[in-house]
Design a protein around this ligand. Structure first.
Ligand code: ASP
Length: 354
């Protein structure tokens, strides 16, 4: 009798072990690639930020601070940089993209989370959305408040980013950005406020939401991304120099001349309104174009489609216009376009396509 009972208990334990193994196998394998930013920031004050420093907390401590993540996924951390994101440059963008591409090729990696400063997060997101060649989820996440602040958003944002990267629904949607319970497409997300936790927005709204532990998508990105683009991170060795010049009343040609002399291959004219060009700026843009440098008109409003041959005779001047991209997005896309062609018409089609 005693023997039979022991056998039954043994059987039950084996069953429980097998079930927990099965459960463990169902959890996604996520790599958290850390680049720095406020999500890895710290301060000696919980309410004021004079002693605040961005990019100081290592990735393993970020992960350890959110043990809830372990119920969602098997996570591994990797520290690629430890920088505030205003220090991102094209070399770092390429290095990050290539490492993400390597990880995505690993069979034991189901998705990636990239912790990133919020300042230039949108540029990295757009770049990866255009150049990674995988359907696996890649989610960028940042924070507006360091972990040491009252009401910090970093821990919850990281948890939600892992949740989204682990979800089947995120597969094939391109690079995503998760912050403040919202899921955005890396194509058109932008930082809209210098302080608020709901800083991320898109003119088209979020693709979905994270509600407690549920990932809820309501929309799909429609512009080609990742596997459907002509840009491949593995084939890129450098990016051509593209600079942005900001406009305002009383703008003058000096900044244009400076970036042209410094070797820019294209200049994004971040114009007022619909990418307007003031009369005193037209001659310098014509001169720049005559040297073979591409000129792209964008809008400093950060929203709206630029009208080709509207107020400005783009055909006559041989200029380009952004689609609905902000100047910083147009910089990324123009640089990628220039890795393939210098033909004005082809670059224009690329600006309208992505
Ligand atoms: N300046 C910081 C950065 O972009 C701010 C942040 O991460 O939130 O890295």
């Amino acid at each position: 009798m005693q023997h039979k009972k022991l056998k039954q208990i043994g059987g039950l334990l084996i069953l429980l072990g097998a079930m927990s193994l099965l459960h463990a196998e169902q959890k996604a394998n996520i790599v958290i690639v850390a680049t720095g930013g406020t999500i890895a920031g710290a301060s000696t004050s919980s309410i004021r930020s004079p002693a605040y420093q961005s990019a100081v907390v290592p990735v393993d401590r970020l992960i350890a601070a959110v043990p809830e993540i372990n119920a969602v996924a098997h996570v591994k951390g990797e520290q690629i940089f430890q920088v505030p994101s205003e220090n991102f440059n094209d070399e770092r963008l390429l290095k990050l993209g290539k490492r993400i591409s390597e990880l995505l090729k690993q069979r034991d990696v189901d998705g990636i989370v990239i912790t990133h400063g919020v300042d230039t997060l949108e540029e990295t997101a757009y770049f990866l959305n255009l150049t990674l060649k995988s359907d696996k989820p890649v989610v960028l996440v940042g924070a507006m408040r360091p972990a040491t602040a009252l009401g910090t958003d970093g821990a919850l944002n990281l948890y939600e980013a892992v949740l989204v990267a682990s979800s089947k629904e995120a597969v094939g949607k391109g690079t995503l950005v998760v912050m403040n319970d919202e899921i955005y497409s890396g194509r058109d997300v932008t930082m809209s406020d210098s302080l608020k936790v709901n800083t991320m927005r898109s003119p088209y709204g979020p693709l979905g939401l994270v509600v407690e532990d549920r990932v809820l998508f309501y929309r799909q990105p429609t512009r080609p991304h990742t596997t459907a683009t002509e840009f491949d991170i593995d084939k890129l060795t450098s990016l051509p120099r593209v600079d942005i010049v900001y406009n305002y009343g009383n703008a003058n040609p000096v900044a244009y001349q400076a970036v042209a002399n410094a070797g820019a291959k294209a200049i994004i004219h971040n114009g007022t309104g619909n990418g307007s060009v003031a009369e005193q700026i037209i001659p310098v843009l014509q001169e720049i174009r005559s040297k073979g440098i591409q000129v792209v008109r964008a809008s400093r409003t950060g929203n709206g489609v630029i009208i080709r041959d509207g107020e400005q005779p783009d055909d006559r001047f041989d200029w380009l216009v952004a689609g609905d991209q902000s100047a910083q997005q147009a910089r990324i896309l123009t640089a990628l376009a220039l890795t393939r062609t210098n033909d004005r018409q082809t670059i224009q089609e690329i600006l309208w396509k992505y």
